[in-house]
Design a protein around this ligand. Sequence first.
Ligand code: SF4
Length: 282
Amino acid sequence: MEVIVAKKSGFCFGVERAVNKVYEQIGKKGNIYTYGQITHNEQVVRDLAEKGVKVIEDRDALSRVTEGTIIIRAHGVERIIYEMIERQGLECVDATCPFVKRIHRIVQRESGAGCRIVIAGNPRHPEVEGIMGWCSTEPIVVETAEEAETCALFQEEKICLVSQTTFNYNKFEDIVEIFRGRYYNISIVNTICSATEERQAEAREIAASVDAMIVIGGKHSSNTRKLYEICSGECPYTYYIQTLDDLHLELPKSVRLVGITAGASTPSNIIEEVQNYVRINF
Ligand code: SF4
């Protein structure tokens, strides 16, 4: 079987960097904790757990830690988390993606100058919660054009609009247009990271040209689900798997070319395994 693997599949730069930072800590003195799961991939999380890395789910759990190293994942966290780590005398390894860190700096600076921060994003996403935690004025999160239409700010307020790194570009443009039409004292910083969009564009292109498509990624990974949606729109034989064990291909004899892509939480060894299996066994 001929196989095409998307070049932009698997870990993005920020997640790869964060996962590497965790592995670098293993074997060093003291307990190692990640603040939230480092990636949505079950295999990676299990492997780290077997190597003794624990996951702290929230502030409450953090407040009970008395010793060790806390690793901040790529999504970043609120400022208060750094303060707690310091107060409790813990070590901090900051694996916040530099693209997210840039947003923290922007909102800290702008809100410090009295600006109202508007974040285009999902208010329940940890990255957005983290960004909100760097604002010194009350931030507002808008997820849809309707919310942008109805959000009530004062005409004379100074506004700074940023976006969650994985926010949809078209939705961001719609929100920008509404804000530009309603407020005159507004600065807009497009902080969308191109990694997601490039991955989706390439997956769409490959899915449209192959006979079958395999999408690899965690069950709870929203970017993998999105990839699956895009690929199944282009290719009727699209499969969503977490690892090679889930792969039960039932392909018509005419299938000659298989495409593979993977979500941002999928490590390269899983992609490699699936690729080799399909190449050799079909
Ligand atoms: Fe960083 Fe972009 Fe990956 Fe988010 S998607 S972690 S911003 S590289």
